[in-house]
Design a protein. Structure first.
Length: 136
């Protein structure tokens, strides 16, 4: 997905839009804009280790002091169904390998639950192990 370089105006985002914040070096934490508001900003539904699973939290809590990027609306389901699908999994536990923020956003949008970041991390890990093996 291409990230928005335009400053984000939270109240203008449509419910169901996928947003993200940077974490660690190359990774991003993704969430789904809710139709519910906390103050003048929308809530964000996300799946994280910090929350221990799915959480619908205020915009600023999701951001954790980082800039939020708009990733778009990856599926074709209507917003009310995207939000329903996300909320239906509130009791599902977070798992970095099998149920992380990427899995949630793709599933909620009616797409195959997958994590491109997990695949990229695995590829980097394999490459690093091969590089270490070559040096020995």
């Amino acid at each position: 997905m291409i990230l928005s370089l335009i400053p984000v105006v939270p109240p203008a985002l449509l419910p169901g839009t996928v947003v993200s914040v940077p974490i660690l070096w190359l990774w991003r934490h993704r969430g789904i804009v809710s139709e519910r508001f906390h103050g003048d900003k929308p809530m964000v539904i996300s799946n994280s280790a910090r929350a221990g699973g799915l959480a619908e939290e205020p915009w600023d809590t999701f951001a954790a002091g980082q800039p939020i990027a708009v990733e778009g609306y990856p599926g074709s389901l209507p917003a009310h169904l995207v939000l329903h699908r996300a909320r239906s999994l509130m009791n599902k536990a977070y798992d970095v390998l099998t149920w992380n923020c990427d899995h949630l956003t793709s599933y909620a949008h009616g797409l195959e639950p997958r994590s491109p970041q997990r695949a990229a991390t695995a590829a980097v890990g394999i490459f690093a192990l091969m590089a270490i093996g070559v040096q020995r």
